[in-house]
Design a protein. Sequence first.
Length: 380
Amino acid sequence: MQASQPAGLCMHGDTMLDALKCLRPILQVLLPQGAGDICLTNGVEGPDLDARHAFLNISITPIECSVVCHTNWVKTVFDPFVDRLPRDVAKRVTISKEAYLVLSVINAGMDAGNRVLELTSPLALAGIPILFITTYYSDFILVPRKKKDMVVQALLARGFECVDDESSYVSSAIASHGRAQSQGSDPPSTPPPSSLAELQKRTFDLLKKRSVIPYTCDGLSLVQCSGRDVSELIDISSRRPHLGNGHRTSWLDDMDTKLYTSLIAVLAGQPKFLSITLALEDAPSLLLDKTLLNVFGDSLVGDIEGDLVPIFLDLANLPLEATGIVSGLAGKLVDEMHMAETGVGSDLSYLSTARAGTVILSNEQSMKALEVLKPLLEKE
């Protein structure tokens, strides 16, 4: 497990129209040409943003548009953008001041369902709120930076090894979200659960109390893919040298430009579902509506014949500091669907966005999961 920089979490709007209005700042973050000049003109100190993203997640779902990004992007791009919006529209864009630490997890040899449970349950039992993002290569856990010591202690106690790369830390981040704001920074008054069984019970009691009902979207099928690793295809000798006037070669010289132009086309078309994650050590990872594959052509690799179904849970009525949601859901599904015995848990993944959680399973397993979850959450 490797710790990375804190990241900001930005949520933009509740409708596809809002997502379209936010297309310009999203593209500015996704394709950060000239970011160094932006930082200079806005007086923002920090790492050079005209480089590959240390961590970025852009997710557009039927519930929301959510962006996890570096704090400097919030200051230089999103804050000015929100300030220019009409007041009624700006109210639907929320920016929180919570700082997050990104933990990159590589845990081979364990099926996905049990991996999600093993990674999240120690933090849930310690009363630590998290966001969880499964990508093609890695799992990422976002935790409040102010709870860093608690996080490390909880994971070390469960046998995880933490690589703390201090050079990747930057100034505190700004986050935005669509859930209820917490008052103050004090920990919840209720003590953490003492067992996984109690954790699951608390999770479903809370979800039921807040009227969270799982649902799927008819006809929406997803695939988990990766962008090609083009580093081996680049001829270093052919790269353009630094120019004499102080300008340097573009980061696009080292990127698969077809992937990025395809992303722009898809974003402009207001996709029903698209989640892209960029991280330093991984090639770009995409979870997207299967009908969009033809736009990307051969710029994607992976199981393009896959048939994954997202189960959505709108968590807008839950406070951001709510704990145990990911672990409670994954634990119940692993237990009730007997994933460990059947081996089908390898299909389970999870995507946290600003105000929602999405459980991703195969088509067959998603139907079984709904049969498990709905009776537990439907009010009598």
